[in-house]
Design a protein around this ligand. Sequence first.
Ligand code: GAL
Length: 673
Amino acid sequence: MSNQSDQSLLKDGWLPGVKSVGFGGDYNPEQWPEEVWAEDLDLMRRAGVNLVSIGIFSWALLEPRPGEFDFGWLDRVIEGLHGAGVRVDLGTPTTVPPAWFWQQNPHVRPVLRDGTVLATGSRGICCPSSPEYAEASVRITTELAKRYGNHPAVSLWHVHNEYGAPISECYCEVSAASFREWLKARYGTLDALNAAWGTAFWGQTYYEWTQVGTPALSGTSSNPAHRLDFARFSNEELIGCFTRERDVLHELAPGIPVTTNFMATNCPSMDLWKWSAEVDVVANDHYLTAADPLSQVGLALDADLTRSLAGGRPWILMEHSSSAVNWQPRNLAKRPGEMARNSLSHLARGADAILFFQWRASRRGAEKFHSAMLPHAGANSRVFGEITQLGATLGDLDAVLGSRVRAQAAILWDWESFWAQDLDWRPSVDLAPRQQVREYYERLWRDHVTVDFAHPTADLSGYPVVLAPASYLLTAEAVANLTAYVEGGGHLVVGPFSGVVDQDDAVHPGGWNGAVRDLLQVSVEEVLPLPAEGQVALTGDLKGRIWAEDLQLLGAETILEYLDGPATGRAAVTRRTLGAGTATYVSTVLDHQVLGAVLDPVLERAGVTVDRDLPWDLELVSRHAEDGTEYVFAINHATTPVDLRVDGTDLLTGETCAGSAKIPAGSVRIFRR
Ligand code: GAL
């Protein structure tokens, strides 16, 4: 059964009963005496909260003994919220089975690649292939759906929590048996499996299906195709856990959309292109990386990726933090204004709900040092003041609901390719695909160019420019798609070590870039990783890092040359023209500081304007409504004010701006035009 996102559920563009921008967070009242609940509702009203996620970790309270249910407390929580006009995102609590479940089924604890069997006592661990887990999770989900599926307060189902985190793979015997079934469905015969996995290498040929196991830790590097398939299998096994619950909810509670919270950039083991096809509405969790001095760029990338997963439709920021998290090495508190900038950046990039983890800071447990909307310091605090202010701001932004972001470029993003490249024994540990993507993204972020992310086989025809900073794995279908894109007049830029392998991690025939050689009209004869911290000088006073290549030109022209290093005198950046389209190849790692030298001419040819008069740290994004109205979000990350050339009405103050407007340091203004 597929998702319902294009059908009736979201035909009004948003969640049932949610008429404004969603605002709220995870609410865990079960951690508090009931006397506190009334104060929660009172403060939620003050803050303008209209949507909370509940019950996510409550299985042990809802089903204290197998098949024995206690919904009394949850009834009271939901009634209270309903009375206060707060909509409910109801969790299925299947991320933490109760203690009785583990006592009965100790074998369901996941086995890690190195054979370690995990202990219980935390969360998010369970063998995804376990029939006992399947049965128990369907039972509690069924009871919840029967009890609350018609409740007028419920707007959304929140299945599980962050599938894939902290554990996405299990190497136990039950998983191995399930993996074999998956392989039979994929390959049909052992001969096909042996061919795809290249088992002739190192004498790994299989003659019986029962000989095939999981790619558990071995003495040295395991078969990469085996590992890649296991990553695919594990992703699909977890999707199966989700769809099993989703189908129960669709059947018993029709009309209420079902989601689960993704981590677009923080859970590398989940292929979210596959997941997004299964949810009714995309929801995402994002936390700033404190160690990143430009964490707002990482946030924007994550939000743009989430919007792309949602196919441009409105999405939910299911979790972010009001201030510090508690799980990074150094948990930096957000400074005044930062939380609002973060929230409105997500909104600017397509989120129609801004939610937090969590409503009230926990006194006990592993997350007591995590910030909350209502912090330990209580309502009389800066954080709660800013939360209340944000609630008021979002309350004035109903007009923005449902409007869409228009991107001028796409960046290719493929989890399978990252999985393959992340396996061991690659030419250089320094060549990090996600970091390459970040450099290209950051260049465009600083240039105020809005981007989508796309799978290499997606329809790219609407984008004037497509960047493929790190496309190590490309299938024949993807290459045909990219070729058609350039033939159709598109402008493609490809980064180093791309088009190297196929879906089985087998090198494409015809050089190191066999898959894209004809498209780029350049052949990579040899890859030339640099020593640690190594650099190469290029013409144009540029530096490349990490990597160089010996390129053989097959018709492409040289744009930049290597001036030193292992490929001295040879082409470093090339371009070939195909009708109105171009394909540029960049054979070294260029950081965002220098990427403009390569990207500017491409953007110019493609008709994408780069406004370098604007300060780079003014984030500028627009949302467009169906009636032609544009909402311009100007987010000033700098410590000095900026004069922005803009005509329009300030959505929050009502002020009319003709020609220019001041964006104070650290603040956000939204203009309608
Ligand atoms: C998320 C998780 C939440 C909470 C939060 C803290 O990954 O879904 O339950 O733990 O992190 O940052």
